[in-house]
Ligand binder design. Structure first.
Ligand SMILES: [Zn+2]
Length: 176
């Protein structure tokens, strides 16, 4: 269990030169792009990073992260806890143009003025590791299998009866 926090920015070339290991927590609430993708999140991601220079002289970061997110169930649209885990291998590049020179084993990570925005890097990795779609187990879901098989969606279950086209029709007929 990690307790310390990772810094928001680091000097990655120095860390790689010294083969440093960093580990710590990163606040999920500080990630607006993750919030756009998956809704506002609370809590922390746990992150482990190893900086190194490989045999080809590339500066790289091997990392792992885990996080407990609250993602919307596609069936009932209420939040459900979902564990996300990712392992990654990043190659540092000083411009987007240099990213093409990396082997396919490495994802590029941009280092500007010898600074690396760790928060943005972890946010990118989290977004990449989001599952496409999540569902509750049937027993836990607010939308039961019966409702699904009768063709009712989550919206129509919770909406008022006036949304029902037959009810609307009745009201219209009553007026004439
Ligand atoms: Zn559900």
């Amino acid at each position: 269990m990690l307790t310390s926090r990772l810094p928001g920015r680091v000097e990655p070339y120095k860390l790689a030169a010294h083969a440093e290991h960093l580990e710590g927590l990163v606040a999920l609430g500080d990630m607006p792009r993750l919030a756009d993708e998956a809704g506002v999140q609370n809590g922390d991601a746990e992150v482990w990073l190893d900086f190194a220079i490989d045999a080809q002289g590339r500066r790289e970061i091997r990392g792992r992260l885990t996080a407990e997110l609250q993602l919307l169930c596609r069936r009932c649209l209420s939040p459900m806890p979902q564990s996300v885990e990712s392992e990654f291998l990043l190659g540092m590049v000083s411009s987007d143009a240099l990213a093409a020179s990396l082997p396919s084993t490495h994802e590029p990570v941009l280092v500007e003025d010898e600074q690396l925005n760790l928060l943005a890097m972890i946010e990118d990795e989290l977004i990449l590791s989001l599952p496409q779609v999540v569902y509750h187990d049937e027993a836990d879901c607010a939308v039961s299998r019966d409702q699904l098989s009768s063709g009712e969606s989550a919206e129509s279950v919770s909406d008022s009866p006036a949304e029902n086209p037959f009810e609307v029709l009745k009201q219209l007929k009553g007026k004439t």
